[in-house]
Design a protein around this ligand. Structure first.
Ligand code: SF4
Length: 340
């Protein structure tokens, strides 16, 4: 149970305002340049100790957004506040000290861990980079961190390839929490793992969150993973948030047709039952180079009207703090007829 679930009032840790991350590909003699609108105006905040699930299909911009928040990319527009401080335009040098507070855990621990370094060296590295502790102290901290993430002290002497995928992710987590950060962005951190190992890693993250009052932004394409650990959920489509709210409300009463379709695709645990409620979206995710006019989702939405093709819906909280970006949010009333 997170701090928020326990009803504790926690201060705001992170706020992003209208973040845009566009990538420009320059043209050549025979080729026109183009702009990829990877993230196209995203705003939300995260409280200390809170878990925000960020979900959407591959290519919707959620991983890019995670990197923009950490300023691994320089945002094209918008503002990022961390503990009330505007960090949008901090230099690389100024960001270095802030990196202690903001960490990321990647999807593929194999790629993110240096295969030529022992596990001990990998976990010790953040302390060395930030000039923290003496060698003897750091060796002790590495052992403590290994135990904290459920690995034996002896793991320090071994290399990443000697471990399973789940164990490698534990090593990645040990490294990420080494400097006691306040925010960790988990970018598809359990997606490559077996279901049983996923559960172990999620439980480990939740334990560490409670112990360290960590805020997590948990990026995933699989809504069933995010459901169990998130206080709030943000659903992203083509660079924009289309629904944002308390996790239970979003899962039990989705207001955006895209969220409804994603939820309908969650497999049913009982293999004898067929998922007869699945909503099949037509077509592919449109290109972020040339997103559709009006509502970005109108080309695939079963409820789209002419208004949807022209007018861009804004993300607005219409019921409590449950926000959606839809002209006709799902309610118990019927939808307008499709014109597609
Ligand atoms: Fe569908 Fe229209 Fe709502 Fe977009 S605004 S999600 S097209 S009903």
């Amino acid at each position: 149970m997170s701090s928020l679930e326990r009803g504790e009032l926690m201060p705001e840790l992170l706020r992003i305002e209208n973040i845009k991350q566009h990538f420009y590909s320059g043209g050549g003699i025979f080729r026109k340049g183009y702009t990829i609108h990877a993230v196209d105006g995203v705003s939300f905040s995260v409280k200390q100790g809170e878990t925000l699930g960020l979900v959407g299909e591959s290519g919707c911009g959620k991983s890019t957004l995670g990197r923009s928040i950490l300023k691994l990319f320089e945002p094209t527009a918008g503002k990022i506040f961390f503990e009330g401080r505007d960090i949008t335009h901090l230099s690389v040098k100024e960001m270095r000290s802030l990196r202690q507070e903001m960490q990321i855990i990647f999807q593929d621990p194999t790629e993110s861990l240096n295969s030529r370094h022992t596990v001990g060296m990998i976990i010790e590295e953040p302390f060395i980079i930030h000039g923290i502790g003496k060698p003897v102290e750091r060796k002790l901290w590495v052992k403590e961190l290994l135990i904290k993430v459920g690995l034996p002290e002896s793991a320090a002497e071994r290399y990443p390839h000697e471990f399973s995928g789940g164990q490698r992710q534990r090593i990645g987590i040990a490294r990420a929490v080494a400097l006691k950060p306040k925010l960790i962005i988990c970018d598809e951190s359990v997606s490559a793992l077996d279901v049983s190992v996923q559960a172990q890693i999620l439980n480990l993250l939740l334990e560490l969150q409670q112990e360290m009052k960590l805020a997590l932004i948990f990026i995933a394409h699989d809504l069933s993973v995010v459901k169990h650990i998130s206080d709030r959920v943000a659903v992203m489509y083509l660079g924009k948030i289309v629904e944002l709210g308390n996790a239970l409300e979003v899962y039990n009463s989705p207001r955006h047709p895209y969220t409804q379709a994603l939820l309908s695709a969650i497999p049913i645990a009982d293999p004898r039952k067929r998922n007869t409620n699945r909503i099949m979206l037509k077509g592919e995710l449109p290109s972020p180079i040339n997103p559709p006019k009006g509502c970005h989702f109108h080309t695939r939405c079963p409820y789209a009207t002419d208004k949807c093709k022209e007018d861009k819906p804004l993300l607005v909280a219409k019921v409590g703090d449950h926000a959606d970006a839809c002209h006709y949010p799902l309610t118990n009333q019927s939808k307008p007829n499709s014109v597609n």
